[in-house]
Ligand binder design. Structure first.
Ligand code: SAM
Length: 276
């Protein structure tokens, strides 16, 4: 496990992922029933964008910094979530998914976080101290299945792996199939990087064969045209997205596309049902 999210925090993929997570949880919270939020690959929870690792890649300049430079009010919730972990005008801290999800909790909701890397798990425990979140240090795929069905009738599982293992997609496919058998109505969000369309297309075919009736695919292609082998954006598979979320999605996706488009590129964000 070499991947450290501190090199990538606040990049364009984080902006899309965290914006959509906020919108998704808020949509589910339109009903008062309790939610269990499970983050299987939680990372450190909080990142210093002025730190060596973030500065070495500079990825946040193409992500959170662009989102703050764009005036679109549809990005206000995302910007407020980032602002909430910073004190005063100086803004150098970036909240990972654990700190974002923790901000959304109502008294009746639960947050379960998991991170396998010992150093990141230690950091995560530190930054979540004082919140109601439970922190685990287990294998994500083992925990994902062990936690289902959730203790509350409704819940969200967020799966955000680094994809450094060649079998990551296969493990996700197998675990999603088993999870769906245990918890068919649950909401699951799976993040993935987009490199070439062929790899992505093959995985889509495998997921399609699972026969999950409501699986939404959001794809954010950063650059116009194929960029073989190079990171070209990211996507989210969302199982059982709530209606209020899918209704609100098109203008939010367009706001994200505009805010995050690299110089000289239009970019593209689409949302389609797998199976259509
Ligand atoms: C992309 S980062 C998570 C970022 C976080 N979800 C966020 O949005 O702020 C992926 C994390 O998964 C952890 N990880 C990798 N393989 C894992 C596994 N099998 N089980 C649990 N955690 C794992 C890595 O150490 C890394 O911190």
């Amino acid at each position: 496990m070499n991947y450290r999210h501190s090199f990538h925090a606040g990049n364009s993929a984080d902006v899309v992922k965290h914006s959509l997570l906020i919108a998704l949880v808020r949509a589910l919270q339109q009903k008062p029933g309790a939610l269990t939020l499970i983050d299987t690959h939680a990372g450190c929870g909080l990142y210093d964008l002025d730190g060596d690792e973030a500065q070495r890649t500079g990825e946040s300049t193409q992500g959170v910094q662009r989102a703050f430079a764009d005036p679109n009010p549809l990005l206000d919730d995302y910007r407020a979530a980032v602002q909430a972990v910073n004190v005063g005008a100086e803004q150098h801290l970036y909240p990972g998914s654990p700190r974002i999800l923790a901000q959304l909790l109502r008294p009746q909701d639960f947050l379960i976080l998991n991170e396998k890397h010992p150093e990141d798990a230690y950091a995560l425990r530190g930054v979540m101290r004082g919140t109601s979140a439970a922190v685990h240090e287990r294998d994500a795929y083992e925990l994902w299945l062990a936690m289902l069905p959730t203790r509350t009738p409704r819940g969200v599982v967020v799966v955000d792996p680094p994809y450094e293992q060649t079998d990551e997609r296969a493990r996700i496919t197998a675990t999603l199939a088993a999870a769906h058998r245990k918890w068919a109505h649950g909401v699951t969000v799976i993040w993935y990087p987009l490199k070439d369309r062929a790899t992505h297309w093959r995985w889509k075919q495998q997921l399609r064969r699972l026969g999950i009736p409501k699986l939404l695919m959001v794809e954010h292609w950063l650059y116009d045209g194929e960029q073989p082998g190079i990171y070209n954006g990211a996507g989210l598979y969302i199982v059982n997205p709530p209606y209020a979320f899918t209704q609100a999605l098109p203008p939010l996706l367009e706001a994200l596309r505009v805010a995050l488009a690299p110089e000289g590129h239009r970019g593209e964000i689409t949302a389609d049902w797998l199976g259509d």
